[in-house]
Design a protein. Structure first.
Length: 155
């Protein structure tokens, strides 16, 4: 499939037909409240956050298209696609993915703390999260989740 540069009317027609239906269904689900078994809550928290973010991003994307900002909306579309893959990965992988996400976020917090401490002359250094080794359930889980997040080199 080849896309031309600029407004793609065929794609826009499909989006205009589908996005409102998906967003209305999302509003219906969240209005009723979401019940999650306790054993899935750790997975559902980031998943719901990403899901709500993608819904709002889809609204923003349609709004930009409606105003003629087609090329400017491209980063939002890439972001939506990335989040769709991430949500599938999280749903498919479950708890090991949550562990990988937690380490990913800790690694970024450590990097931010290190940069702040090296850049700014603060009275007290910024505390960084611990760099304890990440523990996965098994070797397969470790290989599946370390690679996407490049966690091996961040310690």
């Amino acid at each position: 499939m080849v896309y031309k540069f600029g407004p793609n009317e065929q794609c826009l027609r499909r989006c205009r037909a589908t996005v409102p239906v998906i967003l209305q269904a999302a509003e219906k689900v969240t209005a009723q409240g979401v019940r999650v078994p306790s054993e899935h809550q750790n997975v559902v928290y980031p998943l719901m956050g990403w899901w709500q973010f993608t819904n709002r991003t889809a609204r923003a994307l349609v709004s930009l298209y409606d105003q003629g900002y087609t090329v400017e909306a491209a980063p939002l579309m890439r972001n939506l696609m990335g989040h769709a893959y991430a949500m599938n990965w999280l749903a498919d992988s479950g708890e090991p993915a949550v562990v990988a996400l937690a380490e990913y976020w800790r690694a970024h917090k450590r990097k931010l703390a290190r940069n702040v401490n090296e850049t700014w002359n603060l009275p007290e250094p910024v505390d960084a999260p611990s760099s304890e080794p990440l523990v996965f359930a098994n070797d397969e889980s470790e290989q599946i989740h370390k690679t996407p997040f490049h966690l091996v080199s961040r310690r």
